[in-house]
Design a protein around this ligand. Structure first.
Ligand code: NAD
Ligand code: DAU
Length: 355
């Protein structure tokens, strides 16, 4: 089985993973349809991430600036562009922000997903894919992996809102027969990653000789996957997975935060001029107050996806990570544009409170 679609609506297509997904999809020879990027452009959405795509693909790419909680706008967009598949990325995605101000997470991640599901059901959209996170499963100890059968145990307002959205997707399939699939992925890295998140924040601070704020003891573990490999997993699932199924996606690439930050320091020391003090960038590492409810370890068992659908990642950590650092070095104009006044304010508030 390999499904084909003529018009794919990508919610949150101006964000980190959504913009990478749109570039990936339009670049695939087996996809000749159109892409409708539906995004309200919060602080995390940036049209510059797709400026080249808009030029290159002309009338196969449309941007609609609207909110997923606006049911009328969602319906109008589905009708106007003959949408037959929705790939749903739009969300509030940053755990730290969800701890400070959960409201928008509840609204966008829960009400927004509900609004999309309801519209898809009413208008008979042929496929709805929901993009979710491994954080819905909570925290692992030193051993074991999250599988598709792991019980949900979210620990932050962000992960709780994503868990609620996953349950809504499941319910719309079970109750109304909506043709859905969904995926839970581990931490992504790569180009166009908003610099409030660990990897881009540390790359930019290291470049600028600013402190590198590591939460707690730096021994929390994340399972890192190159963003394009997440995109290929999603497209594989959308094309081939049974309706109502869910798949875990991960990189089999567990690293402590301190190992990631140390690697960034080494790469930047190698690629750009030394700090004025002559000290290595690792001297910028500063341990700060921990994130409340900080999950210790995430690790994904993605063998169902490999076995059922033949997916495998195309990038390894060593090359994918160095390419990512090179991308930030080569794209200072993108970095400058996303650093709005609101972003600067967030950095001040978040890191001031960590002492
Ligand atoms: P992001 O914060 O970079 O981008 C989110 C996008 O959604 C932005 O373009 C924003 O403008 C848009 N958006 C937010 N609220 C909206 C609304 N109400 N209406 C329309 N658009 C809205 O997020 P990301 O890191 O690209 O994550 C995308 C999705 O993937 C999320 O659902 C997230 O939970 C999931 N996910 C992320 C990761 C990761 O490592 N980043 C891992 C697994 C799953
Ligand atoms: O696991 C998937 C999730 O990965 C996604 O669902 C989220 O949308 C995405 O933001 C990401 O969540 P994390 O909380 O794991 O990512 P973040 O980059 O915020 O943090 C990664 C780790 O680094 C985490 O253990 C906290 C730590 N950290 C983070 C920041 C921003 C620091 O030590 N210092 C920091 O300044």
């Amino acid at each position: 089985m390999s499904r084909t679609f003529s018009s794919v609506m990508v919610t949150g297509g101006a964000g980190f993973i959504g913009s990478n997904f749109i570039r990936y999809l339009l670049g695939r020879p087996d996809f000749q349809g159109m892409v409708v990027n539906y995004d309200v452009l919060t602080y995390a959405g940036n049209p510059l991430s797709l400026a080249d795509v808009a030029q290159q693909y002309g009338d196969r790419y449309v941007f609609v600036k609207a909110d997923i909680c606006d049911g009328a706008a969602v319906r109008d967009t589905i009708r106007a562009h003959g949408v037959d598949c929705i790939v749903h990325f739009a969300a509030e995605s940053h755990v730290d922000r969800s701890i400070v101000a959960p409201d928008e997470f509840i609204r966008t991640n829960i009400m927004g997903t509900y609004t999309l599901l309801q519209a898809a059901r009413e208008l008979g959209v042929a496929h709805f894919h929901h993009v979710s996170t491994d954080e819905v499963f909570g925290s692992l100890g030193p051993t074991g992996f999250f599988t598709e059968e792991t019980p949900y145990a979210p620990n932050s307002p962000y992960s709780a809102s994503k868990a609620a959205s996953d349950h809504l997707v499941r319910a719309y399939h079970q109750t109304y027969g909506l043709p859905t699939t969904h995926s839970n992925c581990s931490n992504n890295y790569g180009p166009y990653h908003f610099p409030e998140k660990l990897i881009p924040l540390m790359i930019l601070n290291a470049l600028e000789g600013k402190p590198l704020p590591v939460y707690g003891n730096g021994l929390n573990i994340r399972d890192w996957l190159y963003v394009e490999d997440h995109c290929s997993a999603i497209w594989t699932i959308v094309q081939n997975a049974a309706y109502g199924s869910s798949y875990n996606v991960g990189g089999r690439n567990e690293l402590t935060n301190i190992a990631v930050v140390t690697k960034i320091c080494e790469l930047i020391d190698r690629k750009v001029e030394p700090l004025a003090s002559g000290a290595p960038r690792s001297s910028l590492i500063t341990y700060v107050k921990d994130r409340p409810g900080h999950d210790l370890r995430y690790a994904i068992d993605c063998s169902k996806l490999e076995r059922d659908l033949g997916w495998k990642p195309a990038h390894d950590w060593e090359s994918g990570f160095e390419e990512t650092v090179d991308w930030y070095l080569a794209n200072p104009q993108w970095v400058e544009q996303v650093r709005s006044g609101a972003y600067k304010q967030w950095l001040e508030t978040n890191y001031a409170s960590r002492g």
